[in-house]
Design a protein around this ligand. Structure first.
Ligand code: BEZ
Length: 211
C-alpha cells in the first residue's frame, strides 16, 4: 500500500555515494528529506542536485539530513557527481542512493509506471525526528523542484511540531501564523505570550513563536 502522511517512514539499507546507509540510523534524532531523481546524467536532475548542495547549510540549520536517490548504479553516480560539481560550481555534500534493484523506489512508491516504467518520478518525503512521514510531494520528471519551497514547508512543519501552530496560504518565515483549532482561548496567553488576534473564533493568529 502506498505511504501516507503519519506513517512510519519504512527503514531500509542501501548503497550510496557515502557508503552503506540505513535510513533510521542515518537520521538519528534529525529530520530527513528523501528525494528521488529519474536518472543520472540528466539536465534537470543535475541542476537540482547542485541547488540542493548549495542549500545544505540551510537544511543543517533545521536539523534535516538530506538523502537523494536514483535507480542508476554507484559508479554512474560517482561520475555524475563530478559533472554536477563542475557544472553547478558546488560540491555534492550529501549521499545519493544507488537503487539499481529499485528496492527503495518500490518501498516508497517512487516509480509511477503510467508516467515512466523505468525511472523514478521526482518524489519528496520529509520525515520528522519521530520517523513519521510529514510531507509527500510528487513532481513529474520535466519539472525541477523548488528547494526554497521545500525549506519553507520544513519551517512550517517544524513550527507545527513545536508550537501547535499552522501556517496560512503563502506564509513566509517571519509572518504571523495560525493558532491550531485544538488550542482553547484559555490556553492562548500561556502558549503565545506575544499576543494574538481573533479575526473569527476559528481564525486566530499570533506572531511566529520561535523568533
Ligand atoms: C532531467 O532530469 O533533465 C530529466 C529526466 C528525465 C526526463 C526528463 C528530464
Amino acid at each position: 500500500m502506498a505511504l501516507r502522511l503519519g506513517d512510519t517512514a519504512p527503514d531500509f539499507t542501501a548503497e550510496s555515494t557515502e557508503g552503506t546507509i540505513s535510513l533510521h540510523e542515518y537520521l538519528g534524532d534529525h529530520w530527513g528529506i528523501l528525494f528521488s531523481h529519474p536518472a543520472d546524467y540528466t539536465p534537470v536532475c543535475t541542476t537540482e542536485l547542485g541547488t540542493a548542495a548549495k542549500l545544505k547549510s540551510e537544511f543543517d540549520k533545521r536539523k534535516v539530513k538530506m538523502l537523494a536517490l536514483s535507480v542508476d548504479g554507484l559508479e554512474s553516480h560517482k561520475g555524475w557527481v563530478k559533472d554536477i560539481n563542475e557544472t553547478q560550481q558546488t560540491t555534492v555534500n550529501f549521499p545519493i542512493i544507488a537503487d539499481e534493484d529499485r528496492k527503495v523506489s518500490e518501498l516508497y512508491d517512487m516509480i509511477h509506471p503510467n508516467s515512466n516504467e523505468n525511472f523514478t518520478v521526482r518524489s519528496v518525503f520529509v520525515i520528522g525526528n519521530d520517523k513519521k512521514v510529514k510531507l509527500i510531494i510528487t513532481y513529474p520528471a520535466s519539472t525541477g523542484r523548488n528547494f526554497d519551497e521545500l525549506l519553507r514547508v520544513i519551517d512550517s512543519l517544524q513550527l507545527t511540531a513545536n508550537y501547535s501552530v499552522a501556517t496560512p496560504a503563502n506564509w513566509k518565515h517571519g509572518e504571523d501564523v495560525v493558532i491550531a483549532p485544538a488550542i482553547s482561548n484559555e490556553q492562548i496567553p500561556s502558549k503565545f505570550p506575544k499576543g494574538h488576534k481573533e479575526i473569527k473564533p476559528y481564525l486566530r493568529t499570533t506572531p511566529q513563536p520561535n523568533l
